[in-house]
Design a protein around this ligand. Structure first.
Ligand code: BGC
Length: 735
C-alpha cells in the first residue's frame, strides 16, 4: 500500500509521525502485546528467540525483512520512507512482534552524513591511520565511540568494519581499511567490531571479499586461487569475525572467479558458513545484488538498499516454488537472530546527545598513537619551543584544517552541510594554531604554498619549515599513480632547498612516493587525522607525545614495483553504466588476475627482492630500543620470548614484531607477521616479552584438503622493530 506519493507528502507524513511519536513518549504507554511473548525471555538463546518469532510471521512480513526500503536522497520514496532515519538504508522490523526496524548508517571513521540529520559526529583518524597504532585497545575505543554515536543518532546498525587488504595501494578506499597484513588487519577490525557491537548496534564487516580496486568495481571479475584468497583477504575476514563476532557481513560489488560476491556460493556458504560457522546475516553492498534465486541459494540474506530482487520477485519465486519456504525462513531467521544477538530487541535505541568533548579527546588520543615518524635526521624532532624562534607553516589549508577521506565514509565537520560526492572535506583542526599553542613565544607564519617562491622565501627566513602535503582519496575512484598531486613534490623541494630544517607532514589516504625523501630533515605521517588531528600532531612535533606507531602498509619506491604496474579499467562501453543499469549486469565485463597470489604487501617486495621506500612495520621514536635473548617454545601453541630495552632517554612504547619464515616446502613468501606486542618502557628499562602464536598463523591453506594445515619442518622466528629490522632470529622444528 502506498501512503505517500510525493517527496513533500512523505515529508509531511514523516513530521507528523515524529510528532505523534514524541507525544506518545511523554504519555505512559500501554504494554505492547509482545511484551510477555515467549521470545522476550532473555534466558533463551538468540537462535531460539528468532525461531519463536519466525513461527508467527506472515509471508509479507518475511519478505519485508530481507530487503531495504531505499536510501535517503537516492531514488523515489516509497510507502515506508517516513520510517527512515536519514542513513544509508533501513530494513523493516515487525512492529506487532516487537522486532525493531534496522536503521543502518555508514560509519567507517565516524557516523556519516550527520549534518543532514542536524546532528554531530566525531571523525576519528582514518582506519588505515588507526591501524598504525597496532593497538587493540585503541581499536576497541574506536568501535565503542562509533557505536555510542550511532545510537545517539537513532541508528542500531553500523556499516563500518572495512577490512579489504591493501593488495592494490592505488585503491581509493585504502584509507577505510586496515593495511596489507591479514593478521594485523583482522585483529584490529575484530576488536573494533567487538566494542562497537557491545553498544547494542549490529556490527558489520565488509566488503566481502577481494574488493581490491574501485575502478570498475561493479563489473570486475577477480581471478584468484583459493589458497591465495584464504591466506590473504579471507584470513583477515576470518580473524575479524572470530574476534568481533559481527552479526552482519556485507558482500562486495566485484565478482570472484566468475560469480558476483553477492551470489558467490564459495565465499558466502562454503567458506563463511561451513568453514567458519558464521551465524549472522549477509547483506549486499548498495546495488550489489544481481539475482533472486541464484543469490538466495548462494547465501545472500538481505538486499540493500532496495528490493529489485528480494521484494515482489522473491515473493513470486517462493509462491511459484522456485525458492523453497525453508530457504526464505533461513534468511529471515538469521536476520532476527542478529537483532536478538546484538541486543536490538532488549535495548531499543533512544536518540541522545553525543559527548562531544569526551569523544574529541578519544579521537585525539588515537591519532597520537597513529602518527608515524618516518624520518628524523640529526634528531630534528622533537622541536623545542625554547630554541625554535621562527616557524614557517606551509601548505594547502595548513592554517585552517586537515583533510579527510571521502565517499560513503565521509563524516561531516561540525556545522557543515553534508559534503557533495567528490568534495574535499577539511576538518576545522588548525595545524597553524596548534603549533603556535605549543610554541607561544615563537613567531609562526603561514604560506599556503600555491606560490612556491613565496613559500621558499618564508622558509629561508625561518628556523624551521613545516610543509603539509596532501593526497585526497575517495570511494568510487582509484589513484592513477602514487605521486602527490598539484606539484606538491616541487613545493617540498623548493622549501627544502631554502631551509635544511624542513619537516614534511603527510595527510594521505594511501601510500605516496617521495622523490625528496633525502632532501628533508623530517617526515611525519599523519594520515587523515580526524576531528582533533592538529592537536595530536603538534604534540608529536614538540615531543609532548613520543611517537610509537608503525606502518601497516609498505611504501614502495615506484609504481613500477607494484604487482600490477598498470591498473585495469572496465571496457569503455560499460563504464558509463548508471547505478540503475548496473543492477541488471548478469556477469562481469572484465577480469583482473591476482597472480601475485599470497604475495600481498611486504610479502611481494620480500619475495621479489624489491627495495622499498619505507617497509611495513617501520616507524621511528624519540627514543631507541634494543632486542636480546630470543627463546622459542614449540608445542601446540608456540610462543616466543625476548627482551626489549629502552636505550634512549625518553619513555616510549615499542611495538615489537614477530615474523615467521615457514619451511621451504610450504612454498610461502620469505616471512609473515605472526604476532606483536606493544611494550611500554621507561628510559633504561628492560622487559621480557612473551608472544604466543596462534598455530593457524603458521599454517598454509591446503586446497586439496580444503583446510589450513601446519607443514612440518623448520620454522625460523624473527623478532625486531620493523619487517626489515629483525635482529633476533631462531629456528625450531614444528610438527
Ligand atoms: C559502499 C558501502 C556503503 C554503502 C552504503 C556503497 O557504495 O560500497 O561501503 O556501506 O554504499 O552507503
Amino acid at each position: 500500500m502506498k501512503i505517500c506519493r510525493t517527496m513533500q507528502l512523505c515529508g509531511v507524513l514523516a513530521l507528523a509521525a515524529s510528532a505523534v511519536a514524541a507525544h506518545a513518549q511523554r504519555r505512559p504507554q500501554p504494554e505492547p502485546a509482545w511484551a510477555h511473548a515467549a521470545w522476550m525471555n532473555q534466558s533463551l538463546t538468540a537462535g531460539q528467540r528468532a525461531d519463536l518469532v519466525l513461527k508467527e510471521m506472515t509471508l509479507d512480513e518475511k519478505i519485508g525483512l530481507i530487503h531495504g526500503e531505499g536510501m535517503a536522497g537516492w531514488g523515489k520514496p516509497n510507502a515506508y520512507s517516513y520510517l527512515g532515519n536519514g542513513g544509508a538504508g533501513f530494513t523493516l522490523g515487525v512492529e506487532r512482534l516487537g522486532i525493531p526496524i534496522i536503521q543502518m548508517s555508514d560509519a567507517a571513521y565516524g557516523v556519516r552524513s550527520s549534518a543532514m540529520n542536524g546532528r554531530y559526529s566525531t571523525a576519528l583518524p582514518s582506519n588505515l591511520g588507526a591501524a598504525a597504532s597496532w593497538d587493540t585497545d585503541a581499536a576497541c575505543q574506536y568501535g565503542a565511540l562509533i557505536g555510542r554515536e550511532l545510537r545517539a543518532q537513532g541508528y542500531n546498525m553500523t556499516l563500518g568494519g572495512g577490512v579489504n587488504l591493501t593488495r592494490e595501494p592505488r585503491n581509493g578506499r585504502t584509507f577505510e581499511y586496515q593495511g596489507e597484513d591479514p593478521i594485523l588487519a583482522g585483529t584490529l577490525v575484530g576488536n573494533r567490531i567487538r566494542c562497537e557491537q557491545a553498544q547494542h548496534v549490529i556490527g558489520d564487516i565488509k566488503h566481502y571479499a577481494v574488493n581490491d580496486q574501485e575502478s570498475g568495481r561493479n563489473e570486475v571479475n577477480d581471478i584468484i586461487s583459493k589458497r591465495a584468497m584464504q591466506e590473504t583477504d579471507l584470513l583477515a575476514f576470518h580473524i575479524g569475525i572470530k574476534i568481533g563476532n559481527p552479526q552482519a557481513v556485507m558482500c562486495s560489488y566485484n565478482a570472484i572467479n566468475g560469480d558476483f560476491a553477492c551470489e558467490n556460493k564459495y565465499t558466502l556458504t562454503d567458506v563463511l558458513r561451513t568453514q567458519w560457522g558464521f551465524k549472522g546475516f549477509v547483506l549486499s553492498d548498495w546495488g550489489g545484488t544481481h539475482s533472486t534465486e541464484k543469490a538466495s541459494a548462494a547465501g545472500l540474506d538481505n538486499e540493500e538498499p532496495g528490493e529489485v530482487f528480494y521484494g515482489d520477485a522473491y515473493k513470486q519465486a517462493v509462491q511459484d516454488g522456485k525458492i523453497p519456504m525453508s530457504e526464505l525462513d533461513e534468511h529471515v531467521r538469521r536476520i532476527l537472530r542478529a537483532e536478538f544477538a546484538a541486543g536490538l530487541v532488549d535495548h531499543p535505541v533512544h536518540k541522545s546527545v553525543v559527548d562531544v568533548f569526551g569523544d574529541l579527546a578519544i579521537a585525539e588520543h588515537i591519532e597520537e598513537q597513529s602518527i608515524v615518524l618516518l624520518r628524523n635526521q640529526n634528531n630534528q624532532l622533537p622541536l623545542s619551543s625554547a630554541t625554535v624562534h621562527t616557524i614557517a607553516v606551509i601548505g594547502d589549508h595548513a592554517d585552517s584544517g586537515m583533510l579527510s577521506g571521502s565517499g560513503s565514509a565521509q563524516v561531516d565537520p561540525p556545522g557543515q552541510h553534508s559534503a557533495r560526492w567528490g568534495q574535499h572535506v577539511w576538518f576545522p583542526t588548525s595545524p597553524l594554531k596548534e603549533i603556535q599553542a605549543m610554541a607561544p613565544q615563537a613567531h609562526v607564519s603561514f604560506s599556503p604554498g600555491a606560490d612556491q617562491q613565496a613559500a621558499a622565501t618564508l622558509a629561508g627566513k625561518s628556523d624551521v619549515a613545516i610543509v603539509f602535503v596532501n593526497q585526497w582519496t575517495s570511494e568510487g575512484m582509484d589513484l592513477q599513480d602514487l605521486t602527490l598531486p598539484d606539484h606538491q613534490d616541487d613545493l617540498v623541494e623548493a622549501v627544502a632547498k631554502a631551509n635544511p630544517h624542513t619537516i614534511v607532514v603527510l595527510e594521505n589516504g594511501t601510500v605516496v612516493l617521495m622523490p625528496w625523501v633525502n632532501q628533508v630533515a623530517g617526515i611525519v605521517e599523519a594520515w587523515y587525522s580526524g576531528s582533533d588531528g592538529a592537536k595530536a600532531l603538534a604534540r608529536v612535533l614538540f615531543g609532548a607525545v613520543n611517537p610509537t606507531a608503525k606502518l601497516p602498509i609498505t611504501f614502495p619506491l615506484s609504481v613500477a614495483d607494484l604487482p600490477h604496474p598498470t591498473l585495469l579499467h572496465p571496457p569503455a562501453h560499460s563504464e558509463a553504466a548508471s547505478p540503475v543499469q548496473r543492477h541488471i549486469l548478469t556477469s562481469p565485463t572484465f577480469s583482473v588476475s591476482y597472480d601475485e597470489g599470497i604475495k600481498v604487501g611486504y610479502k611481494w617486495y620480500d619475495a621479489e627482492r624489491k627495495p622499498v621506500l619505507f617497509p611495513f612495520g617501520f616507524g621511528l621514536s624519540y627514543t631507541t630500543y634494543s632486542y636480546s635473548g630470543l627463546t622459542v617454545t614449540p608445542g601446540d601453541k608456540p610462543s616466543v620470548s625476548f627482551t626489549v630495552k629502552n636505550t634512549g632517554s625518553r619513555a616510549g612504547v615499542e611495538i615489537a614484531e614477530v615474523y615467521a619464515a615457514l619451511p621451504a616446502s610450504a612454498q610461502e613468501p620469505p616471512k609473515r607477521l605472526v604476532g606483536w606486542s606493544r611494550v611500554p618502557l621507561n628510559p633504561g628499562e628492560s622487559k621480557q616479552v612473551t608472544v604466543s602464536i596462534d598455530p593457524m598463523y603458521l599454517s598454509i591453506f591446503d586446497e586439496a584438503a580444503n583446510q589450513f594445515r601446519l607443514v612440518p619442518g623448520s620454522y625460523r622466528f624473527l623478532v625486531g622493530g620493523s619487517s626489515q629490522t629483525l635482529p633476533l632470529q631462531k629456528a625450531v622444528h614444528l610438527q
